[in-house]
Write a protein that binds this ligand. Structure first.
Ligand code: LAG
Ligand code: CA
Length: 482
């Protein structure tokens, strides 16, 4: 369950938060496929409660009404069409699977597919689930439970969301049927929402009953779905991420926390010389890595001063380090802009999501940030694809916040997070020639639109990153020789 089954040469996925299926299909064909992205995490595709009383917040999608594939992102036919079109251009789809709970109790009770429920009776006829499918006695997780009481974290409600009992055979069957339906439609794997709130022994039963990936969608025979379990473990809790790594991959929340700290000068970049398990991170093959996610970019979930698109220079620095360094399986965040942390995606007066528009410079409009279309970010995806599994070599630092390293003989990257310029002759490990920096520009015809870097016969080059430049990174690789 730890292999994402990306198409050959691809390495990176992006979370297209709250995007519609038709827009994702188009984005696969016009941008993600051609640019070498490996996959997409999509918002939950199953029916959720419509919450007009809070003006359709983003989090209504974490309130399941049924496993029918009807949401604001689209219906079942649009979903199937998206998966097929993305797989056709080598981009995999990973589903955010909410299997810990159903909705909380609300006055309104109509789902995005028209289903209704009787919350007071724990009755969800569209699945169907009834009282016996939930954990008893009824209880709600309290803040202090996380430190002491694993059983309460798993058997009580997470913020009042009705807590399914995954030991129930009927619940297991409903969940497995839902996930297998998606596998048959061509998805490549799942994010397991709130995995910390479910027993690993129950999850194992569910994972083992999943079908192999659909060979008609280009997967090798016998391929198991990629599973990354959302476990927030910053230390000090009764439940550890290590209970989940024997099953499948795990979201590594310490990764974005530490890199956010380093790139905001809470820690010096030079300490990143031994980035990885020596920092207390999971084994590389177990870790789904990211700087921010949809929760902590707005102070939900783990929170904790995470860098986001709102601090672009530092954020692009942290993302570049994530993509330049071989540790983990990286995931990019693609956001809609927000001030109110509860606000839903751009929508019209009827609650329909408004599609992103694409500007002439390839960035997005209509309220969509589309970090994945920022040059400094998508060019580093290509960097990662190009350098493959080469090692980090020739680490250099100034004893502070200027660092540089090679990836084998395929790529070189430098960072300047000091108040003064970086201007050094450094070993790039690349063959002699002229390379286009992929951060300040790109290769256009035979010239560079940004900086050119001239590598001599000894592999060295003069590397300049001014402290007042737009970006703090310089990156060159074998795919961008001019
Ligand atoms: C997750 N991971 O474990 C998701 O990443 C996270 O976004 C989900 O919470 C959570 N688990 C449940 O799937 C989000 C919001 C919550 C929201 C919840 C359900 O962060 O704030 O709770 O989705 O919609 C909301 C209200 C609560 C209310 C609750 C129950 O904010 O005040 O008690 O709904 O109705
Ligand atoms: Ca639970």
């Amino acid at each position: 369950f730890k292999n994402p089954h990306y198409a050959t040469g691809r390495t990176t996925m992006v979370h297209l938060f709250e995007w519609k299926w038709d827009d994702i299909a188009a984005e696969c064909e016009r941008f993600l496929g051609p640019r070498g992205f490996g996959g997409i995490q999509i918002s939950p595709p199953n029916e959720n409660l419509v919450i007009w009383s809070r003006n359709r917040p983003w989090w209504e999608r974490y309130q399941p009404m049924s496993y029918r594939l009807v949401t604001r992102s689209g219906n079942e036919q649009q979903f199937a069409n998206m998966v097929r079109r993305c797989n056709n251009v080598g981009v995999r789809i990973y589903v955010d699977a909410i299997i810990n709970h159903m909705t909380g109790t609300w006055n309104e009770n109509v789902g995005t597919g028209g289903s209704t429920a009787n919350f007071g009776n724990w009755h969800y006829p569209a699945v169907p689930y009834g009282r016996n499918d939930f954990n008893w006695p009824h209880c709600v997780i309290q803040g202090h439970d996380y430190a002491c009481c694993a059983d309460r974290v798993r058997n009580c409600e997470l913020s009042g969301l009705k807590d399914l009992n995954q030991r129930s055979e009927h619940v297991r069957t409903m969940i497995v049927n839902y996930m297998n339906r998606l596998i048959d439609m061509g998805v490549a794997g799942f994010r397991i929402d709130a995995a910390k709130h479910m027993w690993p022994s129950d999850l194992r039963v569910i994972y083992d009953r999943l079908r192999n990936l659909n060979t008609a969608h280009g997967f090798p025979s016998g391929a198991r779905p990629y599973i990354y379990q959302e476990v927030i473990d910053l230390g000090g809790e009764a439940i550890s991420r290590n209970e989940y790594t024997p099953l499948a991959a795990v979201t590594e929340f310490r990764f974005g926390m530490e890199l956010s700290r380093a790139f905001t000068r809470g820690n010096q970049l030079r300490w990143l010389v031994n980035w990885g398990p020596q920092w207390g991170l999971l084994g590389s093959g177990d870790a789904l890595t990211f700087i921010d996610n949809h929760d902590n970019q707005r102070g939900h979930g783990a929170g904790g001063n995470i860098l986001t698109h709102k601090r672009p220079k530092e954020y692009k620095g942290a993302i570049a380090f994530m993509l330049a360094h071989p540790y983990g399986k990286p995931q990019l965040m693609s956001s809609f802009s927000f001030h109110d942390t509860e606000a839903g995606p751009p929508m019209d007066g009827s609650g329909n999501i408004i599609s992103p528009s694409i500007n002439s410079d390839n960035t997005c409009g209509n309220g969509w940030v589309c970090e994945h279309r920022w040059r400094q970010i998508f060019q580093m995806v290509a960097f990662r694809n190009t350098v493959g599994n080469t090692a980090v070599t020739n680490w250099w630092d100034n004893g502070g916040n200027q660092i540089a390293f090679c990836r084998g003989t395929m790529g070189f990257v430098a960072f300047n997070n000091e108040n003064w310029d970086l201007n050094q002759r450094l070993q790039t490990c690349l063959p002699a020639g002229t390379y286009c920096d992929v951060i300040s520009g790109e290769k256009s015809g035979n010239r560079c639109t940004g900086k050119s870097v001239v590598v001599g016969n000894d592999g060295r080059a003069q590397i300049v990153i001014g402290s007042h430049e737009y970006d703090m990174v310089l990156a060159i690789h074998m795919g961008h020789q001019s």
